[in-house]
Unconditional design. Structure first.
Length: 393
């Protein structure tokens, strides 16, 4: 079963998370498992190609059906040339591109080859990504849950355009666009694809028009049916199986008061511990501390390279206090910092001491974990484990 898998996190580009395509739960799990095997910059100029035995895929995806093996051929056929609609952050345009160059199942082995043109979103990811727990993903029982979870999780790092207080995060998403993201409507439907391909940056009105053009299950045009059969079951499964409790509200627009937007609120219910208290650091503690580093790098506007995240966590010996202090020092430095990562690592290793001016400047910054509870910190009043020097004249 998937629940017997070892704990492992996957780094996934937010460009792929928010891309538009329709896929079955098994297809999504196989693609995600293949992505979890990718290591940063390991491929050089080669395309990312991975081969798994059918038995391995059955184990990791938690598939107990006796017909599992017979499903792999149609899955390979569906994934071969899988095309996604996505907004290219560099071009600022919406376009369609194959995610998977080739997929095949033969002689008990399943091979998947990713499109080398998307290497920067697959193996050379340096920014704008989300860390997802592989075991959690493999335990989902709905394709809608699978896609909604990774979408909501991608907004749990204080991104621009979202609001957050402590461990609470919220986003507003257009219903029409959401249908394409989680696969209620197929973005590769010829009519929808033809329409969206002509628009550089689709708005929710554009997605709404594309939905009406696409061949679809019209029952989901009704909000009540969409809520009862898609949104509510997915939210319930996410809240039961993951580190997030999800709630939502709706926003009605126009004369008829039609539901056009959905407002999700996510509460992270597994707090990040301040630092390992004693003994060996567990893998879960390491992953939690790396989540803190990711959030701080995102908030500071730094390029999020995996090796830098790991180096910062390791240099601090997984002590969140030292990490937060180092980032605070960087953000309040009077001098321009030419190499932020090198500065942060040095601040941790050499235990840089902030001045009173830096502490005052940091008064309204961030959240720090004390006894596993998130609390607001007034850096000018807090009791510090060091003497604070006076500012230089």
């Amino acid at each position: 079963m998937a629940g017997q898998m070892p704990e492992k996190n996957i780094i996934k580009s937010n460009v792929l998370i928010t891309s538009k395509y329709k896929g079955t739960l098994l297809e999504n799990k196989i693609v995600t498992y293949a992505l979890s095997q990718v290591k940063e910059a390991e491929l050089g100029d080669k395309a990312a190609e991975y081969t798994f035995t059918a038995a391995e895929l059955r184990r990791v995806t938690g598939s107990n059906s006796g017909s599992f093996y017979s499903k792999l051929i149609p899955v390979a056929q569906a994934l071969g040339g899988r095309v996604i609609g996505y907004e290219d952050p560099e071009k600022g345009e919406f376009e369609y591109i194959p995610l998977i160059q080739k997929a095949r199942y033969e002689n008990g082995e399943f091979t998947i080859i990713f499109n080398s043109e998307l290497k920067k979103y697959i193996s050379d990811i340096t920014s704008n990504f989300t860390r997802l727990n592989l075991q959690t993903m493999m335990n989902f029982r709905s394709d809608y849950t699978f896609r909604l979870y990774e979408l909501l999780k991608s907004y749990c790092y204080h991104p621009k355009g979202s609001s957050a207080t402590g461990e609470l995060y919220s986003i507003r998403y257009g219903i029409a666009e959401l249908k394409f993201v989680i696969g209620v409507v197929d973005a590769n439907d010829p009519a929808a694809k033809s329409y969206l391909s002509k628009i550089s940056k689709p708005t929710n009105k554009d997605y709404a028009a594309a939905v009406l053009k696409a061949k679809r299950d019209t029952a989901y045009d009704d909000w009540t049916a969409l809520r009862r059969r898609v949104i509510d079951p997915a939210v319930k499964e996410i809240s039961e199986k993951t580190e997030m409790i999800v709630q939502y509200d709706t926003e009605r627009c126009g004369r008829g008061g039609k539901v056009e937007n959905i407002l999700f609120t996510m509460q992270v219910v597994q707090p990040v511990k301040n630092a390992p208290k004693s003994g060996e650091v567990t893998e879960e503690e390491k992953e939690n501390v790396m989540d803190v580093v990711l959030q701080l790098m995102n908030e500071s506007g730094l390029a999020m390279k995996l090796k830098d995240v790991a180096n910062i966590a390791e240099k601090s010996k997984y002590n969140v206090y030292l990490i937060r202090k180092a980032f605070m020092l960087y953000e309040t430095s009077k001098e321009k910092v030419e190499d932020p990562i090198a500065y942060i690592l040095a601040a941790i290793e050499r235990n840089f001491i902030p001045t009173k001016a830096q502490l005052a400047a940091a008064k309204d910054r961030g959240i720090i974990q004390i006894d596993d509870q998130p609390v607001e910190v007034d850096f000018t009043q807090m009791s510090l484990p060091f003497e604070v020097p006076d500012d230089e004249e």
